[in-house]
Design a protein around this ligand. Structure first.
Ligand code: URA
Length: 241
């Protein structure tokens, strides 16, 4: 038996909070009857519907995916471009990516069907440390690196303190490789941070998400997260709440 709102969240329908709102709003039926209470428990044999759409119970599944460049962080694309779920066709559960990496960004992405878990990880308050490696045109000065670390003003506000380190530079090509560690997850944040100090990012990869790394994974490959890793991620996110 599981609480109705939890079951709706686990089915990937909505976050638990949203599911609670939908229940209170009379949008949820159990065995054909509208249920407006939050405490109701349901079992595998109960028929749940949200706005007339059957909620299929799925076992929660969790993956660590190495997203290649040239893939949309979504489950479908109107322009017919490759999407993350194209790599999960053998998985019967309806999975989707947690947050997004740009089309041109490669690297570590978590993929799940657990809406509650996805919302927990994505909540701005729980922002988990992410490490990006960027190839940029030019070589930033120490002063510019300090600026990035201290926070810079973007259109959507000042960025939180970050860590930045030049890993290497190619004098001939005039490019450098910079590691940037941030806690936020704003849209195109790394690219915009570098642009703001006058550098173009030509390649970007997310190497780490919390304690998770790509390890030996190849681009386009995925592996299941262990139950312990899922637990650790949950703990990491909730510890900031
Ligand atoms: N920052 C970016 O600019 N792009 C990403 O895909 C992720 C972080």
């Amino acid at each position: 038996m599981e609480r109705l709102q939890k079951m709706i969240a686990h089915a990937g329908f909505a976050s638990r909070r949203k599911a609670e709102e939908m229940i209170l709003d009379g949008q949820v039926k159990v065995n054909g009857k509208i249920v407006r209470e939050l405490g109701v428990k349901v079992s595998t044999t109960d028929k749940i519907e949200v706005n007339g759409i059957p909620v299929e119970r799925e076992e929660p599944v969790y993956f660590l995916f190495y997203k290649p460049r040239g893939v949309i962080s979504s489950v479908k694309d109107e322009k017919g471009r490759k999407v993350v779920t194209d790599f999960f066709q053998a998985v019967k559960e309806r999975v989707y990516p947690v947050g997004r990496l740009d089309y041109d960004t490669s690297g570590l992405l978590i993929v799940t069907n657990d809406g509650e878990f996805a919302n927990l990880l994505m909540h701005p308050r729980n922002e988990i440390e992410k490490v990006y490696v960027a190839k940029i045109k030019g070589v930033p000065t120490r002063e510019e690196i300090r600026k990035i670390e201290g926070g810079i003003m973007l259109e959507d506000g000042k960025t939180a303190p970050a860590k930045a380190k030049i890993l290497s530079f190619d004098k001939k090509k005039g490019t450098s490789i910079v590691e940037l560690t941030i806690h936020e997850g704003r849209n195109r944040q790394v690219r915009r941070m570098f642009e703001k100090i006058g550098y173009q990012v030509v390649k970007l990869k997310r190497e780490r998400y919390g304690f998770l790394t790509l390890n030996n994974l190849k681009s386009g490959d995925a592996r299941e997260l262990t139950p312990h890793e899922v637990k650790q991620l949950r703990a990491l996110a909730t510890s900031k709440s």
